[in-house]
Ligand binder design. Structure first.
Ligand code: TXA
Ligand code: MG
Length: 317
């Protein structure tokens, strides 16, 4: 049930149930991060493979030592600068965190979300919340309570409604090895902003077999329709003269006879607005059941880079 009643969420979480919560990035499927039984439910509801670890959410930097230890100085500096906010740090874990949360890794991914309802909820609990995005594994992430309801309505007693997620794409994930800062996943904080603090970043190379950060899996965030990403939408449309086409455009207005739906991410070419609109636009496009979705590549800078990364994975075979 969709509700704004935090008490109801607390009651369910205290019974090791799973609830959906809003964050500034996307909605999460949350459970008590210290309780294996709760975490088990998250994996089975999401149909998520056990090798793909979860992000742990805390409400205050004072709680960081409950979940992580041996924290590098640069990680603390990043936390102080970007938290609360869409930055996730991968750090050595404490024994409070069950192995199931971290998929057996000795590191834990942690962040303080920026959404007031999430913070209010977290501050009233005496445990952190493990929460992956509230979508079935591989499908489009949810940025509205209604998206979560569409996916999980029979299975969730509490979907906390905090409105539309204002950042709209997932948190940026960073790890730390040998005094270097490694990008595990591009997200809501542009890498250029992080590099102002860290200096040049290292990119985690793709490895689908044993992914370091499985959000880096090649195929992810995928609509039901076959999806293509291109710099030249009009040219690509010519390849599908007999198909119903859905278009995901950055700013352009493109006409054509067989377009059944068109989404424009930002008429004013604003990348923040485009990120905030991305997943809701993909959800709407999916509802029109096009044969193909053609997405326009965004400018490859700042948030544009992160959005292109998501679209590349949505379009992967
Ligand atoms: O914005 C977000 O981060 C949202 C909201 C709900 O906080 N959460 C989210 O969770 O995107 P999820 O489960 O969809 O993605 C978590 C990512 C996965 O790519 C996972 O592989 C990575 O975090 N991850 C978690 N623990 C990790 C670890 N110990 N080492 C490397 N990557 C890790
Ligand atoms: Mg996800």
């Amino acid at each position: 049930m969709i509700t704004q009643n935090i008490e109801q969420a607390i009651e369910a979480l205290n019974k090791n149930e799973i609830v959906a919560i809003p964050t500034e990035t996307v909605y999460g499927l949350a459970g008590n991060a210290f309780q294996e039984v709760a975490i088990q439910k998250i994996y089975s509801l999401k149909k998520r493979p056990f090798h793909n670890p979860l992000i742990v959410h805390i409400s205050s930097i004072y709680d960081l030592s409950l979940v992580a230890k041996d924290i590098p100085e640069i990680a603390l500096k990043l936390a102080e600068h970007f938290w609360p906010g869409p930055l996730t740090l991968v750090l050595p874990k404490t024994s409070n965190i069950p192995d199931i949360v971290t998929a057996g890794k000795n590191t834990v991914a942690v962040r303080i979300p920026q959404h007031p309802m999430a913070l209010k909820l977290l501050s009233q609990l005496d445990y952190p919340l493990a929460a992956p995005s509230a979508n079935p594994f591989g499908s489009i992430s949810p940025t509205k309570a209604l998206h979560v309801e569409k996916y999980f309505h029979q299975h969730l007693d509490v979907i906390l409604d905090g409105g539309d997620c204002h950042a709209g794409i997932e948190s940026t994930i960073l790890g730390f090895k040998n005094n270097q800062v490694i990008v595990y996943r591009q997200g809501s904080i542009p890498l250029e902003e992080i590099e102002k603090i860290t200096g040049p970043l290292i990119y985690n190379t793709l490895n689908n077999e044993t992914p370091d950060a499985p959000g880096m899996l090649t195929k992810h965030y995928a609509p039901s329709a076959e999806t293509y990403l291109t710099n030249n939408v009009s040219e690509m449309m010519k390849l599908f003269p007999d198909k119903n086409i859905g278009l995901l455009l950055f700013t352009q207005k493109i006409q054509g006879p067989n377009i059944i739906h068109r989404e424009t991410l930002s008429l004013t070419q604003n990348l923040r607005e485009a990120a905030a609109n991305l997943y809701a636009a993909l959800h709407r496009l999916d509802q029109y059941q096009p044969d193909v979705i053609i997405a326009e590549r965004l400018p490859d800078q700042g948030l544009g880079k992160a959005i292109n990364d998501k679209l590349t994975r949505a379009a992967a075979k």
